[in-house]
Design a protein around this ligand. Structure first.
Ligand code: SF4
Length: 461
């Protein structure tokens, strides 16, 4: 049986069409200031050379929207013709400015404005310039109107997307890509499935962009991304992906490439030894092999265990394969435990166990460490996010079960840090605000004091 992708319409994005039978595209986003033309150009080039097929840049205002033309012109001058995408929140004027220059504009319907009064004039600019758009919904940033009607639910996210999409259809605008992202893999997978079912019902087949937001970095970021993106790719859903890591943007590309190649070329049942066994053993016991991790200390005496065996000497590849293969079993509640084996001699039992625990954590089935939610940063970030993540992690990794968000900006950070218990959010150059849940409890404190203040805040509760 061959891999079968969901049939979608083709969207023309500069010289790189998306959807239909075109390859699943991979992309990333810059984290330079969009006003820094040379710095942005250099980072775009690093992303392109790593294999990025689209490059997105933030355009928070008209100035940034207009400066995209200089970045684009410089790239073209240097021989790079990769399509550029502008990322817009809150500002329809910036969207209109960017749409005259770049090949695609992403808007967030949660904060773009009115779906008719603001959106139709923007579509007209896109039509005039052959600019594609992405309607990109994020968990945590729905409009007040949608929140009042549906709450921050999968249905609310789908309706938020469909409301703008129906305007596109009514206006005969077909160059549309959709995305619904969340940092919670369960929410992300279920909501994208719901979006696909809703489009099917309405006879629409627009292509999809997949991503897990605020996935973090390192092993956790890779496993979370593979669980969310890999699960959907395996189901034939997804025409382009962005892996959001809190690392240099070009580091996202090989991970994305691997996921696309692995998930789309092989079917779950045929690619290696994978089975679900019913084992008779008490829950919450880690046997001698150290390879079985049971996820749920329930009172039953048998468990459904996903058993997967690899011969994979590359640790990153092993993480991505195992998370892609096994994640869906936990998201769909088809298994209670996992038994991973890797026969490559350089992979240690500790490596294997760490991946197994990582998959259970990423699917929310068993929490064994502090959970970090961190954005990849972008042109809105005014401090060294990667360094901040390192410091926060070093100070809080003993706090098993807590969810701590580390976000680059105050504009989108607080909304998108999901259900984090605490948030460390960039508030300006060298300034950080601290959140307890959704409430800002310390504003604009100097970055140098912020980690100690965070710890104090947590310990005082
Ligand atoms: S939360 Fe992070 S990625 Fe999102 S807009 Fe702010 S800085 Fe950029």
């Amino acid at each position: 049986m061959n891999y079968k992708r969901r049939e979608t319409t083709v969207v023309q994005i500069g010289n790189t069409p998306l959807g239909g039978s075109h390859p699943i595209r991979i992309q990333s986003m810059t984290n330079t200031s969009t006003m820094d033309t040379e710095g942005s150009v250099q980072q775009c080039i690093r992303i392109i050379e790593a294999g990025g097929e689209y490059v997105r840049l933030t355009a928070q205002g008209v100035r940034e929207g207009e400066n995209l033309q200089h970045i684009r012109a410089r790239l073209r001058e240097l021989g790079y013709h990769t399509p550029l995408v502008a990322d817009i929140h809150f500002n329809p004027k910036a969207a209109a400015a960017a749409a005259q220059t770049v090949e695609k504009v992403r808007i967030n319907p949660g904060n773009f404005g009115d779906p008719v009064a603001d959106f139709i004039p923007f579509l007209n600019v896109c039509k005039a310039h052959n600019t594609a758009i992405r309607i990109g919904v994020n968990h945590g940033s729905l409009s007040e109107r949608m929140m009042a009607k549906y709450g921050d639910t999968p249905r609310g996210m789908v309706e938020s997307c469909m409301e703008f999409l129906r305007v596109c259809v009514a206006e005969n605008f077909a160059n549309v890509v959709l995305s619904i992202k969340a940092s919670n893999t369960y929410v992300m997978v279920q909501t994208v499935r719901l979006l696909v079912a809703t489009m099917d019902r309405e006879g629409m087949a627009f292509p999809l962009h997949l991503g897990v937001t605020e996935a973090g970095d390192g092993e956790d970021g890779r496993i979370k991304s593979a669980v969310g993106i890999g699960t959907l790719l395996r189901e034939g859903i997804g025409d382009t992906i962005r892996v959001s890591l809190s690392e240099d943007p070009e580091a996202e590309i090989p991970v994305a490439r691997f996921l696309v190649d692995y998930a789309s070329q092989q079917l779950r049942i045929t690619n290696y030894e994978l089975r679900v066994e019913i084992v008779d053993m008490p829950f919450d016991v880690v046997p001698d092999t150290s390879f079985i991790v049971v996820s749920n200390p329930a009172s039953q005496s048998s468990a459904r265990v996903v058993c997967a065996t690899y011969h994979e000497p590359d640790l990153d590849a092993f993480r991505l394969k195992a998370a892609t293969d096994c994640g869906a079993f936990f998201l769909d509640n088809l298994a209670d435990g996992i038994k991973l084996t890797n026969t490559a001699p350089n992979i240690t039992p500790q490596d294997v166990q760490s991946v197994a625990f990582g998959i259970l954590q990423a699917t929310g089935r068993r929490i064994t460490k502090t959970e970090y939610i961190s954005c990849p940063s972008c042109g809105r970030t005014l401090f060294d996010l990667q360094a901040a993540i390192k410091k926060v992690k070093a100070a809080t990794q003993h706090l098993v079960g807590l969810k701590i968000a580390i976000m680059g900006c105050i504009v989108n950070g607080p909304g998108e840090m999901a259900d984090a218990d605490y948030g460390y959010v960039g508030a300006g150059a060298g300034k950080v605000s601290l959140y307890k849940g959704k409430e800002c409890v310390l504003k604009n404190i100097p970055e140098a004091d912020a980690v100690a203040e965070l710890l104090q805040l947590i310990e005082s509760q």
